[in-house]
Design a binder for this molecule. Structure first.
Ligand SMILES: Nc1ncnc2c1ncn2[C@@H]1O[C@H](COP(=O)(O)OP(=O)(O)OP(=O)(O)O)[C@@H](O)[C@H]1O
Ligand SMILES: [Mg+2]
Length: 174
């Protein structure tokens, strides 16, 4: 059985986490790997419908996702986890809990995320209609020690996905 790993994508809403996960997933499947995506939106719907966006609830959401990631990765699955994961304390927790753990910082300026506004949430948040929205009414702490940084304003999504796949190949996960 090939080694599993959790690849954790962190970044602002609209930075490109889900987009990159999809492309990396396709690349991994093409390479014959077993892969599963854990996306923040799905996990909140299915595993954390009781949770809100306070610091404590956000942490619980991450803990539940990490639990699932651990189950999968220890069975040889490459887990692609896409969560804003706004606080450094969360990422410290993940690095401690998950082994192996690869952190991908999906970097994009707040200005560009607001311009993209994929879900229309920035527009609402800027009108004060979304309490504790990351980047507007809640903080996003820049990752201090990501393994890979993908700047989605500087490179295309295909280039970003290739960067991550190359990293996984160098580390012998594929
Ligand atoms: N280089 C790039 N890499 C990734 N996405 C890009 C890039 N350039 C533009 N985009 C666009 O940016 C948007 C990113 O949206 P996406 O849903 O992936 O963000 P997200 O980080 O998953 O946000 P959320 O936290 O709200 O789920 C998409 O519309 C995507 O096409
Ligand atoms: Mg997403």
């Amino acid at each position: 059985m090939s080694a599993g790993v959790t690849v954790w994508f962190t970044g602002l809403s609209g930075a490109g986490k889900t987009t990159l996960c999809g492309l990396v997933k396709a690349g991994l499947i093409a390479a014959g790997a077993r892969v599963e995506v854990l996306d923040g939106d799905d996990v909140r719907r299915h595993l954390a419908p009781d949770l809100g966006f306070s610091r404590e609830d956000r942490m619980k959401n991450i803990e539940r996702a990490a639990f699932v990631a651990r189950l999968l990765s220890r069975n040889g699955v490459i887990v692609l986890a896409s969560f804003i994961t706004p606080y450094q304390s969360m990422r410290n927790y993940l690095r401690q809990e998950l082994d192996p753990y690869i952190e991908v910082y999906v970097r994009c300026s707040l200005k560009e995320c607001i311009r993209r506004d994929v879900k229309g949430l920035y527009r609402k948040a800027l009108r004060g209609e979304v309490p504790r929205f990351t980047g507007i009414s809640d903080e996003y702490e820049e990752p201090v020690n990501p393994d890979v940084t993908v700047d989605t304003e500087q490179c295309s999504k295909e280039e970003g996905a290739r960067l991550i796949l190359d990293f996984l190949r160098r580390r012998s996960f594929i």
